[in-house]
Design a protein. Sequence first.
Length: 247
Amino acid sequence: MSELLSTALVTGGSRGIGRAVAQTLAAAGYQIFLTYVSKPDEAEQTARAILAAGGRARAFRLDVGDSESVAAFFRDEVRERVELAVLVNNAGITKDGLMLRMKDEDFDRVLGINLRGAFLCLREAAKIMSKQRYGRIINISSVVGQMGNAGQVNYSAAKAGLIGMTKSAAKELASRSITVNAVAPGFIETDMTAALSDEARDAYAKAIPLGRLGSAQDVADAVAFLASDKASYITGQILAVNGGLYC
């Protein structure tokens, strides 16, 4: 067993689903590396909460859409410094708008962060995990990547792309004892859904068989399962955490 600290890297770990994932994996015994871009105070707050609970955590600024920054981060902070046991590709943005009015840059930016960024981190993590001959990679997709959503052509395309990437990477990495899975959350209580009107929230809740929006903890628990030894024979799968909402 390596003397290096077993570490889970959670991109976009400063708030919402990322924060819940980071705290849940910390409670499972992992040292947490969490990344952020624009909210250092929230990222440090998440790290401090983990430390206060007796865990280990560090926050790093990282633009996952920048290939040079991603390569440098893995080289300088991860490789040969920690045992990278888990990667959770959670970093993402939205630039919503109707397709006919969507700007090229809004499409490209969402794909660049949500899909290309996940690829860049997955590729670097896979290099390390392949040498270790062990690892868990979990990509955070979305129900809209499975069923689409008006006004989110770019976001839906990115999240659907994550599903294809998950399945392909799982086949490539299985021989090295690396599992690659995805979690596809439905409508979850986050900052984004908090901005919805009461009427919109009620409409979404009525469309969900369980009758409520999910919580960030619901998603975090699914991620923790896929990161655990209990999921050692599960790879290339998409775990829907959506309260029964299917296309």
